[in-house]
Design a protein around this ligand. Sequence first.
Ligand SMILES: *[C@@H]1O[C@H](CO)[C@@H](O)[C@H](O)[C@H]1NC(C)=O
Ligand SMILES: *[C@@H]1O[C@H](CO)[C@@H](O)[C@H](O)[C@H]1NC(C)=O
Ligand SMILES: *[C@@H]1O[C@H](CO)[C@@H](O)[C@H](O)[C@H]1NC(C)=O
Ligand SMILES: *[C@@H]1O[C@H](CO)[C@@H](O)[C@H](O)[C@H]1NC(C)=O
Ligand SMILES: *[C@@H]1O[C@H](CO)[C@@H](O)[C@H](O)[C@H]1NC(C)=O
Ligand SMILES: *[C@@H]1O[C@H](CO)[C@@H](O)[C@H](O)[C@H]1NC(C)=O
Ligand SMILES: *[C@@H]1O[C@H](CO)[C@@H](O)[C@H](O)[C@H]1NC(C)=O
Ligand SMILES: *[C@@H]1O[C@H](CO)[C@@H](O)[C@H](O)[C@H]1NC(C)=O
Length: 424
Amino acid sequence: MTPSLKYVMSHAVLLLATASAQFPSSCPAIPASAANSTLGTCPNDFTIIGPSLEPVHESSSPPTGLAIDPKLNLYLTYPRNSGPTPNNVVICTSFTGEKPWPSAEIQNCTSGQNASTCFINVQNVVLDSVNQLWVVDSGIPPGAKSAVEYGAKIMSFSLDGALLRTYIIPSSLYYDNMNSNDVRINNTLGTKGYAFVTDESDAGSILSIDLDTGYANRRLFNTTYTRADPGYVGVYNGQTIYTWNGTRKSFITTGSDGIALASGNVYWGVLGSRRFYYISQAAIVNRSLSDSDVVKYVQDPGQCGTEQAGFTADDKGRVYILASEHNAIFYVDTLQSQVNLTVNGVQPGSTNPLEPVKAENYIVRDYVRNALIQHADSAAIWDGWMYFCTNQLELSPSRQYNNVDARRGPFRSYRVWVGAGPAV
Ligand SMILES: *[C@@H]1O[C@H](CO)[C@@H](O)[C@H](O)[C@H]1NC(C)=O
Ligand SMILES: *[C@@H]1O[C@H](CO)[C@@H](O)[C@H](O)[C@H]1NC(C)=O
Ligand SMILES: *[C@@H]1O[C@H](CO)[C@@H](O)[C@H](O)[C@H]1NC(C)=O
Ligand SMILES: *[C@@H]1O[C@H](CO)[C@@H](O)[C@H](O)[C@H]1NC(C)=O
Ligand SMILES: *[C@@H]1O[C@H](CO)[C@@H](O)[C@H](O)[C@H]1NC(C)=O
Ligand SMILES: *[C@@H]1O[C@H](CO)[C@@H](O)[C@H](O)[C@H]1NC(C)=O
Ligand SMILES: *[C@@H]1O[C@H](CO)[C@@H](O)[C@H](O)[C@H]1NC(C)=O
Ligand SMILES: *[C@@H]1O[C@H](CO)[C@@H](O)[C@H](O)[C@H]1NC(C)=O
């Protein structure tokens, strides 16, 4: 052993002894703001960010979709992607109480029933800006790969549960396992508004539906903007997540999933990735553009730093991204008037309330981070509050080694103050 190495080793032992003597056995109450505090004082020092959460409902099984109406009724969806659920869409009657909505009969199609008239596999329920509630049905029965005829659809209802209109996605658009997952409505675009639907199939796409004529258009099919990253591995509660069939490993291939409308654009994320994009609503509904023309309108503001299954937006052009990898909800301001940082030389604020932030100046930031947020999946804003459901998706059998179900309910929905109204 050379003298210098001997010195280094004894020095290391000394450091170890000193360190263990000083390491706190319980966590000292040094405020993080104290000048002498360091980062990582205690093993469980994870920074909690943002306002506190208020629980609004507790579900015994994991919900994916959520809406809130002007009377503060909460609606949840229990999709059938991994098996039958008794009720597909419910209205909450108390903190733990639920009843089928709009009726018990519509929850299950009976054999021979036209699938346009009943729920096959509703993924989300959404309020529009004229107090109509919309459901989006993938039309894909449990265990099947493709939608049944007339099954893939969106349906609008009045607040008292009366069916207003059904828009069937034609089976000519079912190619490559189209899987309609989420929907948002712009009631003022075109003559009677448009619906925008994400297709979370492996290839992915974004559909628009003209609410006047019912014409449905499938765009951005199997583009980099809708398809998962090859070999994507996400993180949940600090642990890596693969997909598993027993002990056989594979990767999440879910495409375009969460969606929001803001500032005249459609915003969406690709679930099996940390990527999000936006496109002008006018461009994606324009039937005279070719598919390759439409692709040119896609804006790429850079990655959002998280896998994400849900988006929502407020009436100040702020888009919220449900950041499942970080027990968090992120946001990005899309209107320059709301920006409060100088970015790339552009000063905060704007005298023009409609001036968009340029894609290269988008900054995705934390709104709230809290261990209670266990895969926030869908969110909706009403009267200053953002409501969201959680479902621990990454702990479900298909994402756990040997297909163990590591989810532990109840599954809570919360609200958090955002001080704004809904975008649509
Ligand atoms: C750190 O500063 C606080 C006051 O901010 C003081 O009470 C505490 O004793 C200091 N701790 C150490 C280890 O110096
Ligand atoms: C729907 O069908 C399932 C059986 O698959 C049943 O358990 C459930 O009660 C039915 N739901 C309603 C609301 O009738
Ligand atoms: C099912 O409903 C759709 C939409 O109303 C209709 O076009 C179709 O003809 C119906 N199919 C059958 C077999 O009744
Ligand atoms: C989607 O594009 C990828 C890459 O070009 C290709 O490998 C794949 O076969 C395409 N999928 C479909 C359904 O067209
Ligand atoms: C899982 O693997 C088994 C055989 O190893 C196969 O029969 C089954 O189809 C696979 N399941 C899925 C969902 O791929
Ligand atoms: C809805 O469409 C109108 C008309 O094009 C547009 O001005 C508005 O910004 C859109 N709404 C949202 C939330 O994007
Ligand atoms: C649709 O796109 C065409 C071709 O770029 C353009 O001429 C037309 O103005 C667009 N229509 C609308 C309503 O924006
Ligand atoms: C900018 O906005 C963020 C989020 O609302 C807030 O935390 C921060 O304090 C604001 N900064 C300034 C300089 O106003």
